[in-house]
Each structure stands twice: as C-alpha cells, then as structure tokens.
Ligand binder design. Structure first.
Ligand SMILES: [Zn+2]
Length: 230
C-alpha cells in the first residue's frame, strides 16, 4: 500500500518507519528496497483486503493524478465488509486500477460492491491485446457523426471479451502515448460500444468535471447496446 497511519497521519513508506493499516489497524512495515516500489506491507505478510493487488509504477502513476486524500480510501459496504478503493473521488466514483489477471467472480464482486465504479485496465500486460484491440477498433462502425465512438465486435479481442460483462465503465490503458478506450457492453451481445477518451479528459472529468454528462453517456450507450442485442 502507498499509505499507512503513522501517529494517526497518513504517510508514505520511508525506511525504518512503522505504521498501522488504515483498514484493519494491523501493524505495517515500510518496505523500501531496490526492486519493488516503496510500499507498506502488513507485518507477517497477511493482507486484510483479499482484493488488494501488488502495486506497480503504473498504479502509482495513476493514483498520482488525484489528490492524496482520494487515494486508498477505505470503503465499507452495507454488510460491514471493508475494502480499500484505489481512488475514490469527492463525487463518490471509485477507480480500480487493474494490472494483473482478475478472476471473473472477483471482478463481479467488485462491480457490485461499488455502486459507481470505473475500472482502468493495463492493456499493455499481454502483447497480443494491443494488436487485437487495434483491429477491433479499426473494423468497428462509427456511431453517428461521432468519430470517437464506435460499435465493435467483441469476439476477436480477448481483452474486450473478458471485460464485456462488467456493469462498470471499463477503460483500457495501452500506454501513455495513446488515448484511453472505454468499453460499454452488456455481456450478451457480440457488439459493444467503445469510446476513445483522452487521458487528460478523463482525469479532468474525475477531478471536478460534470460527471452527470459522463453518466448520461454511459446510460445512452448501454441502452443502445441492449436495444441492439434484442
Ligand atoms: Zn489491513
């Protein structure tokens, strides 16, 4: 984790620092080695949040686009279950940055735990994904006059297929030189909507933009995907 409580204050890991987990209160050790990014780990290695993924530079770069008090926010569900959201905005949107493979059951649990969820998926982990996605996008059909929105076939792209039944907004990040792409699908239809989004646009939107427009955009795309599927 990036933050632990040191004298009740959230702090980043520094050599020889001891802290406590903001979610469970367990002692945490600052891990400041040469290989992995500096981070906090639960003493004894146990992790209180089974959804927690080891952080990479990629995670940290994404978190760093948002105020530190929005990062690693402990979120408690109605049943008392606690999880640490990578980022939670002041408008209640949770961002989860996913680098490694995630099992469908865990993804679905997170989809239902957070009511306003945006996934940002590292699209560079598997080499074939970028190529497959590029093909799917270039063969997609533009929707109306909007050159940033296309209907695409999901079947030929593993990444799109794997995420097509998520009820959240799923953004794919293919590296900092490329735009982000947001998938809206219903998990049944072979077609989904994909929006091309600049990174800056998404970050600005989340940092204080009008999220109602974004929600309306998602709803419209979802409604038209569902209508097309009938
Ligand atoms: Zn903990």
């Amino acid at each position: 984790m990036k933050f632990a409580l040191v004298n009740e204050q959230r702090q980043e890991a520094q050599p020889n620092l001891f802290g406590a987990c903001p979610a469970c209160g367990h002692p945490m050790l600052a891990k400041c080695g040469k290989v992995r990014i500096w981070h906090w780990a639960h003493k004894g290695g146990r992790t209180c949040d089974p959804w927690w993924e080891n952080e990479t530079e990629w995670h940290r770069a994404w978190k760093g686009h948002f105020p530190s008090e929005w990062q690693e926010v402990v979120h408690q569900g109605h049943n008392g279950e606690k999880h640490i959201a990578d980022v939670k905005t002041n408008q209640g949107w949770v961002l989860e940055f996913q680098h490694s493979h995630i099992k469908p059951e865990e993804r679905q649990s997170r989809d239902s735990f957070y009511s306003k969820l945006i996934w940002i998926v590292d699209g560079t982990r598997r080499k074939r994904d970028v190529t497959q996605f590029r093909d799917a996008w270039s063969q997609g059909t533009p929707v109306g006059r909007n050159t940033f929105l296309r209907k695409v076939f999901l079947d030929d792209c593993a990444l799109l297929r794997e995420w097509s039944d998520s009820r959240a907004a799923v953004f794919f990040d293919f590296g900092k030189d490329l735009n982000l792409f947001c998938l809206i699908a219903n998990g049944k239809d072979k077609l989904g909507h994909v929006f091309c989004f600049s990174r800056g646009m998404l970050i600005n939107l989340l940092r204080g933009g009008n999220m109602q427009d974004f929600e309306a955009l998602l709803q419209d795309a979802r409604a038209s995907t569902t209508a097309r599927g009938r």
